[in-house]
Design a protein around this ligand. Sequence first.
Ligand SMILES: N[C@@H](CCC(=O)N[C@@H](CS)C(=O)NCC(=O)O)C(=O)O
Length: 209
Amino acid sequence: MMKLVGRNLSPYTRRVAVAMTLLDVPHAREYLSVTADPDRGLELNPVGRVPVLELEDGERLIESAAILDYLMELVGPAKSLVPAHGKPRRDCIQLMAIGSGVLDKAVNAVYELRRRPADKVHEPWRQHLLRQASGGLAALDARAAAAKNGHWLLSEQISLADVTAAVTVTFLRVMVPELVTDGLYPALYALTGKAESLPAFQAHPLEKP
Ligand SMILES: N[C@@H](CCC(=O)N[C@@H](CS)C(=O)NCC(=O)O)C(=O)O
């Protein structure tokens, strides 16, 4: 059986875990925190990060987007959570890029506070990161607001764009709540609520920070 390495508190890992459950891909899990065990992180991934997907023959894949690409190919075009062609495919991949871009910026803003001594935090840089994350959130909210009633970001079918957007908002609520204050992104919050009520999301709750 494949093994997914990483905690759900890692949103990059959680989006892979949710996708695997949505697609019924059986997998074991190693709930590694690379903060707590950086040596194990470097043993599994040359750049020491999660997620890592270990295939049945021991081959290891890194980078959530690359792992998801492998999984979509594995399940085939009929089940894939990324449209196969054209504008819907481009939109899906672009919306995923916005979601993961928000995460990159927000995670760095968290590291700025948590990984540096208080007198070495550079507040203007943290604010710059938060502005970039907010730009991405506003774009996702606009897209969600423009979606047809009852639809996900792209269509009536859930896609990896939705999975990424929802895990992003849920992560931010725990780790960077100032970015997702009440009422700021109503359409994006509604989409997140709908996603988080699905069994595939509930199967992967966030651990305590
Ligand atoms: N672009 C990577 C980002 C992965 C990432 O940054 N993971 C975090 C956990 S949320 C991590 O392992 N951080 C530890 C570190 O970078 O030292 C992906 O999508 O897989």
